[in-house]
Design a protein around this ligand. Structure first.
Ligand SMILES: [Ca+2]
Ligand SMILES: [Ca+2]
Ligand SMILES: [Ca+2]
Length: 285
């Protein structure tokens, strides 16, 4: 990305789990357990005006989508971002992350995400672009032209953002918002031949001003789409049942932070409406 001064050859430190070569990196803002002091950014290769003090558990200073912790990014006129240098000139690149944008107080464009080849950005994700409340992915073609895919006037609350990118003469670039249905993808077909992804960055990339946003649960891969986390799986056992209600209730009563996804209605708060949301899911099972 343009504001990242590091153009040196990439010798990645892969610090996330690796599964059979398919997943080359999983970056949670956090690693497990449930204590505030365990929140951090150590999975990332590089940090610019961000450190672990910007991570934290659910509360006034942070939100999380899944797991105990999340990252809050201030929009205070400073470029603040985390960079993952583990991609190694990838001809295919798939990423998914969660953002909560309700506290963005300006209608000016916010550059949230970038994947670059060491010289120029190949994929950018912008909020408030082209209009206030819109989320846009821009993909660069081999000739240098940017091609935009836009979800207009997105809803409040947490959003999963996923894209699929490849280097090909006729590449389908796919962009998904809060959906696992490929039919709902926005798609543009462009010439990306010769382009390779070497870094990815997330944060306030354009030194935007006005509020803050929350970020969580980043994963990037060479193949296969990660998809969305299981909503309401508060105890993180891959099922929805009464134990999830107990985990949410424990968090509401300050008995501990749920290890999974307790924010059933995905509004950014953990409160009794999330218990009711799980009850509704169980009633409909
Ligand atoms: Ca998290
Ligand atoms: Ca569960
Ligand atoms: Ca909620």
């Amino acid at each position: 990305m343009n504001s990242n001064g590091d153009r040196s050859p990439l010798r990645a430190r892969v610090k996330g789990p690796v599964f059979a070569g398919l997943v080359f990196l999983i970056l949670q803002v956090v690693t497990a357990p449930v204590h505030a002091q365990d929140c951090g950014i150590s999975n990332w290769s590089q940090a610019t005006n961000l450190d672990s003090s910007f991570t934290g558990v659910q509360g006034p200073n942070n939100r999380r989508y899944g797991g105990p912790c999340g990252l809050r990014v201030q929009l205070d006129g400073q470029a603040r971002f985390l960079t993952d240098q583990s991609p190694l000139n990838e001809p295919t690149f798939i990423a998914r992350f969660y953002v909560h944008l309700d506290a963005v107080s300006s209608t000016d464009p916010v550059w949230l995400y970038s994947a670059d080849n060491g010289a120029e950005d190949l994929i950018q994700v912008w909020y408030n672009t082209p209009s206030a409340g819109d989320l846009t992915l821009s993909a660069r073609d081999t000739a240098g032209t940017l091609h935009d895919l836009t979800f207009a006037n997105i809803a409040p609350g947490w959003h999963s953002v996923e894209f699929v990118w490849e280097s090909a003469a006729s590449a389908d670039i796919r962009f998904a918002l809060s959906s696992d249905d490929p039919e709902a993808d926005l798609v543009t077909t462009i010439d990306t031949s010769g382009l390779l992804v070497a870094n990815a960055s997330v944060g306030n990339l354009n030194a935007a001003t006005g509020g803050s946003f929350d970020f969580d649960d980043y994963v990037s891969r060479r193949i296969s789409r990660p998809g969305r986390l299981l909503v309401a799986d508060a105890d993180d056992d891959s099922n929805i049942n009464i134990a999830d209600i107990i985990a949410i209730a424990d968090e509401i009563e300050a008995l501990g932070f749920a290890p999974g996804q307790p924010d059933c209605d995905e509004d950014g708060e953990i409160d009794p409406t999330d218990v009711a949301c799980v009850v509704t899911i169980l009633d409909n099972q």
